[in-house]
Design a protein around this ligand. Sequence first.
Ligand code: KIV
Length: 272
Amino acid sequence: MSTHTKSSRKTILDIKKMKELGEKITVLTAYDYAISSILDECGIDMILVGDSLGMVVLGYDTTLPVTMEDMLHHTKAVSRAAQNSLVIADMPFLSYQVSPQSALANAGRFLQEAGAQAVKLEGGRDTAETVRKITSAGIPVMAHIGLTPQSIHQIGGFKVQGKKEDAALRIIEDAKILEDAGAFSIVLELVPEKLAEEITKSINIPTIGIGGGIHCDGQVLVINDMLGLYDKFTPKHVKKYANLNPEIKKAIKSYITEVKNCSFPDAEHSFK
Ligand code: KIV
């Protein structure tokens, strides 16, 4: 039997190499088969099944109510579509904080049952033992520091982190500790551009910014935000590459009008 697998899928080695080569890394979130197919066809490097699922798909105010079962369900759909992009599953609140052992068991489910190639978890030095445990079992881990939404009640709101010197130093140390623990990359969320630059220069694994400025090795955005699906509020770090909310509303209103006035379905869309 051949030991070669024919796959064009990005691996964590490709992602690390991109930092060495100075090639920017692209990441977007996806929560279902349709969007995952589009991202994969467009050549996105990594797809994150973020626990932002809770807010943008499931309608919660925070990510805290998201469960392992929610994340597994959506990761399975995303994985079925992604042929080339590396799929990362976000570990939900309390799936990795209780003990390194239970964290490993939960992380394993994302690879074994849901087809992901890596997991992401939030937190600095306090999660280092868990990151070591999971990576030692052969499961790649993306770390996540700066603003960590699962700690929103402790942080006291969605605000920029590491503005004061002592806080900034602590975040730089956290990044080094997480690299040492085996993380293959680190998300830097809502940190000043200069701090993100310093972290990016002081570690060998890629930094992926969201509200972290231009010097990160890569960027991630929540797909619903960058497509303009939500029309109430746009955070400063989000660039809307499309404005789909009014487009969708326009289409739906046309449909309503045409059904009401009997112009749909017409002959073209009916069977003889
Ligand atoms: O849940 C998520 O989508 C994330 C990204 C914002 C990094 O963690």
